[in-house]
Write a protein that binds this ligand. Structure first.
Ligand code: 4GY
Length: 252
């Protein structure tokens, strides 16, 4: 996968992209990443990238000529999405990340200051994504969040042990608790079932922990999750009143 980011502060990408899994993905040849300076696409002698807004009001707006030229230079193929990171975009979820992880190439556009000229959206942006309902000073941190969420889903990036199908949200439930040695820590024991060696019982316990945690912390997710008859039966036994969708064939 090739990812190109456009930013006025391309140095913001360096530390995140040269650590941990993002580094390994590049080292293994699974990801090619480059951050580009929007200012390199300015043509006047002052290399001006922003200007005051028509109609007044404060702040600066990224100039459309510079930004459209930059996006077009990085996006020779019409199939490559040019994604603007903004609070006005569709919310980034596991499903959105999984959809993007299939694509061979992404161009990420990071605004700064008050925003971008609307005509950039009309002419050169194909998708707009938000990482949450809050406002950042620029799109760079949002782009890094998107890159991390997408790249870890690219086959081979996490290696054999890093199965992403067990992730929180992959099946619409939160993950349950995890434990490692020691067996007792400051008086707190590891649940006995995990050291019992009964794999089917462990799997059932984990499923129930995930159901319980999702019910307690994110009941909205439980409403949408695909639950088996056994899941619903068990939740009812815990006092949960089932309001979610009816059982679906193949739900596990
Ligand atoms: N939230 N999700 C976000 C953001 C900053 C002004 C446009 C967000 O994705 N991006 O807050 N971005 C703004 C700053 C220009 C981007």
């Amino acid at each position: 996968m090739q990812i190109d980011a456009l930013s006025l502060f391309p140095a913001m990408f360096a530390s995140v992209m040269s650590a941990s899994m993002m580094w390994k993905a590049q080292d293994r040849g699974l990801l090619s990443f480059r951050a580009h300076d929007i200012r390199d696409y300015a043509t006047d002698k002052h290399r001006q990238v922003d200007d005051t807004p028509y109609g007044g009001g404060g702040g600066m707006i990224l100039k459309p000529d510079v930004l459209v030229r930059a996006i077009e230079a990085l996006r020779p193929a019409r199939e490559t999405p040019a994604i603007l990171l903004s609070p006005q975009g569709r919310l980034l979820t596991h499903q959105v990340a999984a959809e993007l992880a299939h694509l061979p190439r992404l161009v990420l556009v990071c605004g700064h200051y008050e925003g971008i000229d609307e005509r950039v959206r009309q002419l050169a942006i194909t998708d707009e994504i938000s990482i949450g309902d809050y406002v950042l000073t620029g799109g760079e941190l949002a782009a890094l969040v998107l890159i991390d969420a997408v790249v870890r889903l690219v086959p081979g990036v996490l290696g054999a042990a890093g199965a992403t199908d067990r992730d929180s949200h992959a099946h619409g439930l939160l993950e349950g608790a995890h434990y490692t040695r020691p067996a007792v820590f400051r008086g707190l024991p590891v649940p006995a079932i995990l050291t019992s060696g009964h794999h089917a019982e462990v799997a059932r316990w984990r499923r129930r922990q995930a159901l319980l945690r999702t019910w307690q912390r994110r009941p909205d997710l439980l409403e949408k999750a695909q639950l088996s008859a056994e899941d619903r039966e068990w939740l009812r036994g815990q006092g949960h009143t089932p309001l979610g969708p009816p059982d679906r064939p193949g739900g596990s």
